[in-house]
Design a protein around this ligand. Structure first.
Ligand code: SF4
Length: 230
């Protein structure tokens, strides 16, 4: 809660009257985000609304009963959508399926947010996701960059926020286990062989030598000096 609160304050992520839709995958990150935002909604003097949307990208059946019960307990309405993302990815045989997948998912969620009258889309990206994105952009795109913790999508005008972006994945995983959250297993056919997974492994190796590598990369994102650019 403290780390998330600092990020929300530093990047002005929630303003009074925001209607926030949480992008749910059923994984630990989006469940922790839902719980944390529901807790904040109770405590915060800043009033905001919450809803959530789960996009089933498999093209097959998905049992959402446990997630539905969890969201009911939190008092967060849940919308459910199906989209055949994986079969689209298979047909297009992209070099980086994760990037196409993330773009499609974000587009669907932003559209759904608009339909339901939300002005903010909250995603569960954490610190490891951000650092892996930096590495992927650097290794495969030749640019040092990452998404912002708070940004506006130009096409829809929906604000996309990432309140967990300063929290390490291992902390989120520990918390999700400790709280026995109903975490769904990933059924993505690309999760083990994706470039993102390679970036995660590379990062793990570097971390053995340089334990503060993730914080250093995040720090570098905030401190790109003009004089250092060639
Ligand atoms: S690992 Fe799978 S679900 Fe995650 S971004 Fe990549 S393709 Fe999408």
């Amino acid at each position: 809660m403290r780390f998330m609160g600092e990020t929300i304050r530093d990047y002005n992520i929630i303003v009074p009257g925001d209607r926030i839709m949480i992008g749910l995958s059923g994984g630990k990150d989006s469940l922790i985000l839902s719980l944390a935002l529901a807790t904040l909604r109770k405590r915060s003097p800043v009033k905001f609304d919450l809803s959530s949307c789960l996009v089933n990208q498999t093209g097959g059946e998905m049992d959402i009963s446990e997630i539905q019960t969890f969201m009911d307990i939190l008092g967060i309405p849940l919308f459910y959508l199906e989209h055949p993302t994986y079969s689209i990815m298979e047909k297009r045989a992209e070099r980086s399926p994760c990037s196409l997948c993330a773009n499609l998912r974000r587009g669907i969620l932003a559209w759904q947010a608009q339909q339901k009258g939300a002005n903010v889309l909250a995603l569960g990206h954490h610190k490891d996701d951000a650092v892996e994105t930096v590495l992927l952009n650097l290794f495969y795109g030749g640019r040092f960059k990452c998404y912002q913790p708070n940004m506006v999508m130009s096409r829809t005008g929906i604000k996309v926020v990432r309140p967990l972006v300063n929290i390490e994945e291992r902390r989120i995983a520990l918390e999700a286990t400790r709280l026995e959250l109903p975490v769904a297993n990933s059924c993505c056919p690309y999760s083990d062989k994706s470039k993102r997974n390679s970036a995660k492994k590379i990062l793990g190796e570097i971390e053995k030598e340089i334990p503060e590598i993730k914080s250093n990369i995040i720090h570098a994102l905030k401190n790109i000096l003009k004089d250092d650019v060639w």
